[in-house]
Design a protein around this ligand. Structure first.
Ligand SMILES: Nc1ncnc2c1ncn2[C@@H]1O[C@H](COP(=O)(O)OP(=O)(O)OP(=O)(O)O)[C@@H](O)[C@H]1O
Length: 371
């Protein structure tokens, strides 16, 4: 059931935000079509929340432009600044900020009252939203009388009641326990689809991003490290940062020296260097499934020295954690547990070639080097 909110495309062009001497958002650009579920993903402090707050109108950009559909809603030079209440955007925070002295029904009705919708229109819309979030039986309770998960549903119901074109979520699941978080993820996607709106969702949890997004903007230091579909980010990471931030377990990164057309790491020959690589270093990426443990093996060409740390079951696989000589944790995925104890020495057998190469230093993909 679509409630009729007209979806809007979202276009961000060279968006910037400086706070005094701190640059929180450092010139980001992206575009998603109407009805997209865009996730802003990245570690703490990378500028996700600031970007979301600029979309909501809680911060004004220092530079660049934001458009919802054809309409410019904010520009760095202060022209074309549309007031938050006029943007057709709804926002849900980590903390639900419900009115404690209003019932669930009154909380949900409140934005419709503020928008001066006639009473005859408000009542059926509130009923519709209560039903959509499966909270009709809580309608007459106060926020203090319902659980955290239920409060979170009420906050979402309140956001979607006025039929916003753009739904903005700032880590809305982080206060929920692990099981409820998984359940609510699926529900949020269902709600997103049924409203037909475009959603922007901030999280530092890559699993959340992978399961919900149509598009992911992976952010680092105020910039977009990579923008694409979840599959593109997983299958073709452009940087070492993307390769290690996304995926369960994440891909392994090995810094290699190039010597005489060969790769060397931890004193071991790791195979041929990529074509055209000059002397210096390259970053090799190995997926967890591309490595194999070689217990007791003689460390030598194609087999790195390591120490066994732990192993955990994951779906129908086992993920082994091993420490390389400089302390870097590497992950190996295989279909059976290893007969090893923490502290045991082992070899890590490399495939004939890494899964991808990135340039040295900044972690950016060497041109055309991904295999
Ligand atoms: N009002 C502010 N004044 C000064 N600096 C700020 C302000 N808001 C954010 N910052 C800084 O801007 C940078 C980006 O912050 P932001 O909250 O957008 O990051 P984030 O990716 O959402 O992080 P988190 O996941 O921890 O919420 C940080 O260095 C932060 O300290």
């Amino acid at each position: 059931m679509r409630s009729g909110a007209p979806a809007a495309s979202l276009t961000i062009t060279d968006l910037r935000k400086d706070f005094g001497g701190t640059t929180a958002v450092d010139g980001i650009s992206l575009e998603v079509p109407p009805g997209s579920f865009l996730v802003l993903l990245g570690p703490s402090g990378c500028g996700k929340t600031t970007t979301l707050r600029m979309l909501a109108g809680l911060e004004d950009p220092t530079g660049g432009e934001i458009r919802f559909g054809d309409r410019v809603i904010a520009r760095g030079d202060g022209t074309a600044l549309v007031a938050p209440s006029e943007r057709g955007a709804g926002l849900v925070f980590q903390s639900y900020a419900l009115w404690p002295h209003k019932t669930v029904r009154q909380n949900i009705e409140w934005p419709l009252v503020v928008a001066r919708r006639p009473r005859a229109e408000r009542r059926p819309r509130v009923e519709e939203v209560l039903e959509m979030l499966a909270i009709s039986d809580l309608a007459e309770r106060y926020p203090g009388e319902i659980s955290g998960g239920q409060q979170q549903r009420v906050a979402i119901a309140r956001m979607i009641a006025p039929e916003p074109r753009v739904l903005l979520f700032d880590e809305p699941l982080s206060n929920l326990d692990a099981r409820l978080r998984v359940e609510t993820r699926g529900e949020l996607v269902r709600i997103h689809r049924s409203t037909g709106a475009t959603s922007v969702y901030v999280t530092h949890d890559q699993v959340e991003a992978m399961t919900m997004a149509t598009h992911i903007a992976l952010m680092k230091d105020g910039r977009i490290e990579q923008f694409g579909t979840p599959r593109e980010l997983l299958e073709s990471p452009r940087t070492a940062f993307a390769a290690t931030f996304i995926g369960t377990p994440p891909a392994n990164i090995v810094e290699c020296r190039v010597e005489g057309g060969r790769l060397r790491a931890y004193g071991v020959d790791c195979g041929p260097a990529p074509e055209g690589a000059g002397a210096g270093t390259v970053t090799a990426m190995y997926r967890a499934g591309s490595l194999a443990p070689a217990p007791g093996a003689e460390v030598g060409p194609g087999c790195l020295p390591a120490t066994f740390a732990d192993q955990v079951p994951m779906a129908d696989r086992w993920v082994l954690g091993v420490d390389l000589p400089d302390g870097t944790r590497a992950h190996i995925s295989r279909d059976a547990p290893a007969d090893l104890r923490p502290g045991d020495a082992l070899g890590v057998r490399l495939p004939a070639a890494p899964d991808a190469f990135f340039g040295a230093g900044d972690g950016h993909a060497a041109a055309g080097a991904a295999l």
